[in-house]
Design a protein around this ligand. Structure first.
Ligand code: UD1
Length: 367
């Protein structure tokens, strides 16, 4: 494979899987040229350049509103303009295959590619497919699903395969020693409890953590890593300043998340698809607080799926307090047997081979 174009964005949940695919393609085809279509203002504009040597095309695009309104007329006009821009990018880059990982940015890219008869592949990260995936399903050559249960929504697909989410592959290749070192914990073998909302942090989770600080401080056998999200960092650290703690590290965002996860014993967070793929590939038990603010409550479906298999515990946001969260953490971290069972269950759900299966499919559709 010589040239591949990717698109996906809005949140980390759509960008990171695309970058994991890039890594896997580069492992197999070291000379491959990579390009990416995203928006100037989306998270992808910051994250993709950090991955190195990827040509970035920016297009202007916004998501469809679910309700019919004047806004939507403008959105359709923007969509058609974005399709034209994407066609231009595709003509100039000439990829052999175009890959989409969801989020509205990938809509015009994949649609344009399909109309130009360039081979296309999309990955749906969630149990409940997003609007973009549903729209694109009938146009693209292959739809790959990450979690079982998505098939029923994607019956129009020309070809549907199960691959898992490529973030899982990246997670199993991560390095726990580097993860600990990056937190300044080299030499310590204390179990790590990682607390992180989605890629942007989650205020309700942050508040629950602040409410259980005194109990965290007493549980000295554990080390807590608390990722606040960039926008909440200053507020959280201001509240923490009077209470320094030896067994707590606070960060706004973690750029080497796979390495940190590889060193983690329990994760507390949202139930976005990439995190779930990483947790299950590594066999990490989790306490999940699904975000209720996402389309069709899809995070609750993701979290239920994990809980039903015994790999995690779900706490609904309306039931989340310092107390409920602490009780759940203790129940797992003070009971090694329960931790072990959850860890095994988590591992059974993991797809550490996801990225390789995806590369096989990309080779298939592009030849
Ligand atoms: C709020 C929202 O709309 N979330 C959606 C978004 O995921 P969102 O981007 O919020 O969350 P995910 O859990 O899927 O992904 C987060 C990704 O960011 C990484 N990370 C996170 C924090 C950090 O400090 N460092 C870091 O590298 C994680 O390792 C993970 O790979 O897209 C997913 C895929 O459609 C959906 O399942 C989520 O419901």
């Amino acid at each position: 494979m010589k040239k591949i174009l990717l698109s996906g964005g809005g949140t980390g949940g759509h960008i990171y899987p695309a970058l994991s695919i890039v890594q896997a393609v580069r492992r197999r085809f070291p000379d491959v040229e990579v390009a990416y279509i995203g928006t100037k203002n989306g998270l992808e504009a910051t994250i993709v350049p950090k991955a190195g040597d990827i040509r970035f095309f920016d297009v202007e695009i916004q998501g469809f509103k679910r309700k019919l309104s004047l806004d939507n007329v403008q959105t359709v006009a923007k969509f058609l303009k974005a399709v034209r821009d994407c066609k231009e990018a595709i003509r100039s880059f000439e990829p052999e295959v175009v890959v989409g990982t969801g989020g509205y940015v990938s809509g015009p890219t994949l649609y344009a590619a399909a109309k130009m008869n360039v081979p296309t592949f999309i990955l749906e990260p969630d149990v409940l497919p997003g609007l973009t995936t549903r729209f694109l399903t009938r146009y693209v050559d292959t739809v790959a699903v990450s979690l079982s249960g998505s098939e029923q929504y994607l019956t129009k697909a020309k070809r549907l395969i199960h691959t898992g989410n490529p973030r899982g592959t990246e997670a199993v290749q991560a390095d726990a020693v580097k993860g600990r070192a990056s937190l300044g914990l080299e030499g310590s073998d204390k179990p790590i409890v990682l607390i992180a909302g989605g890629s942007r942090g989650a205020k309700p989770i942050n508040e629950a953590v602040l409410a259980m600080l005194p109990r965290m401080r007493e549980f000295k056998e554990l080390h807590f890593v608390f990722v606040t999200g960039e926008v909440h960092y200053d507020e959280v650290t201001a509240k923490l300043n009077n209470e320094p703690m030896d067994n707590l590290t606070v960060q706004p965002f973690i750029y080497n998340m796979p390495d940190v996860l590889a060193a983690t014993s329990l994760m507390v967070g949202r139930s976005g698809a990439s995190f779930l793929a990483e947790l299950t590939a590594l066999g990490i038990p989790s306490i999940l607080v699904p975000s209720p603010y996402v389309t069709n409550n899809h995070q609750e479906m993701n979290a239920r799926w994990l809980e039903e298999q015994g790999a995690g515990r779900m706490i609904l946001e309306r039931e989340l307090t310092g107390n409920t969260l602490w009780t759940a953490i203790e129940a797992i971290m003070k009971d090694p047997e329960s931790h072990h069972h959850m860890s095994e269950a988590s591992k059974r759900l993991g797809r550490p081979d996801a990225a390789e299966v995806i590369v096989d499919e990309l080779v298939r559709v592009s030849s």
